[in-house]
Design a protein around this ligand. Structure first.
Ligand code: NAI
Length: 344
């Protein structure tokens, strides 16, 4: 079986080669991203494997369908880059719902600690034998209130980590988890009470720019924002204004709304064509990592193993396709996946 593997990076290959070989699967590793110009490279393949910045819009789906591609296998949890509704009835879409929620939650805490205790500043200073402490004052987490938006797999692990630090946790989720022992509050209250806010909900039409000027206006002065979820959750212009107005104390961003042509690439030596990102990075209280939160050995192995099994389940299993997605997922009366059938 041949699979066109778009947007390949050196760290993807070992795990996919290993798990693919176990199942007689050949990956055609392509460095280019999937879009309308590169879709032809999937000719002769039964499936395509894509990541968060590949473009899987209606035009790309139609061409993949014409080429006879049966499965779009996302090697990510998030799938906002795929037109799920358009794919329905044409190509089955599978994803990796959870490959290492610990990796992402731990990265969120790593960024938060780095920011609050100024580790990034201290690292640069001591490398130049500057042992001054001026400007490195942080604050303790113990007793602070952290607001967690989205209490799914990653959000809950992040909550446990925060509780380990002795923080008081409040949360908002569109679908609160009953009997979880989590103190759910309305979003406005979370904005008002939190010293730190961490985002762990998916990007949807409803959550896009949930952190906008109005939301920032409701927050505490000096609030710290952490986003390891999706860039589109934050209106980056409003964030920059909030930072310039000294309302936002710090921002830890692993994702950025316009990251698609920037993140995962070495652009050192180039002039960055994104004024907003340049401005944010230039701020002393902003830390940016380039969608790195998942990047652990454990996650890479889980992603490869699950993706290989997801693809095989379509071709080899009767009944349902493992980890299939469709726009009807979650609608109890319509969801065929819950009845252990393929989505269409
Ligand atoms: P999950 O599906 O387990 O949890 C998401 C939670 O968000 C659920 O509890 C859901 O009820 C809640 N939610 C849905 N709509 C909401 C709304 N409108 N407002 C508030 N909450 C809402 O997902 P998981 O595994 O915890 O992942 C969370 C997000 O993390 C993903 O959507 C993905 O975007 C991001 N992610 C980022 C990675 C990175 O490397 N930076 C890696 C993996 C995931």
């Amino acid at each position: 079986m041949k699979i066109a593997f778009y947007d390949t990076k050196p760290y993807d290959k070992p795990s996919f080669e290993h798990y693919g070989a176990l199942k007689d699967m050949q990956f055609r590793f392509l460095e280019t991203r999937l879009n309308e110009d590169t879709v032809e490279l999937a000719r002769g393949c039964e499936a395509v494997c894509v990541f968060v910045n590949d473009t899987v819009n209606a035009a790309v789906i139609d061409r993949l369908y014409e080429l006879g591609v049966k499965v779009i296998a996302l090697r990510s949890a998030g799938y906002n880059n795929v037109d799920i509704q358009h794919a329905f009835g044409k190509i089955h879409v599978v994803h990796v719902p959870s490959y290492s929620p610990y990796a992402v939650a731990e990265h969120a805490m790593a960024m938060l600690l780095t920011s609050v205790r100024r580790i990034h500043k201290a690292y640069n200073r001591t490398r130049e034998f500057n042992f001054s402490l001026n400007g490195l004052t942080g604050f303790v987490f113990h007793g602070k209130t952290v607001g967690v938006i989205g209490t799914g797999k990653i959000g809950r692990i992040f909550i446990d980590i925060c509780r380990g630090f002795g923080m008081h946790v409040i949360a908002y989720d569109r679908y609160p988890a009953p009997d979880s022992g989590i103190e759910y509050v309305p979003l406005e209250e979370l904005f008002r009470r939190s010293d730190i806010i961490s985002l762990h909900c998916p990007l949807t039409d409803e959550t896009r720019h949930m952190i906008n000027a109005e939301a920032i206006g409701q927050m505490k002065k000096g609030v710290i924002l952490v986003n390891t979820s999706r860039g589109g959750l934050i209106d980056a212009e409003a964030l920059l204004e909030g930072i310039k107005a000294r309302k936002i104390g710090a921002a830890c961003l692993d994702v950025y709304e316009e990251e698609a042509d920037i993140f995962f690439e070495d652009l050192s030596g180039h002039i960055l064509n994104d004024e907003l990102l340049s401005r944010l990075i230039s701020m002393p209280n902003v830390i940016v990592t380039s969608h790195q939160a998942f990047l652990t050995e454990e996650a890479l192995n889980n992603i490869a193993e699950t993706t290989v099994n997801n693809i095989l389940s379509y071709f080899e299993k009767d009944g349902c396709c493992d980890n299939e997605l469709c726009y009807r997922c979650g609608h109890i009366d319509q969801c065929r996946h819950q009845r252990k059938e393929k989505c269409f």
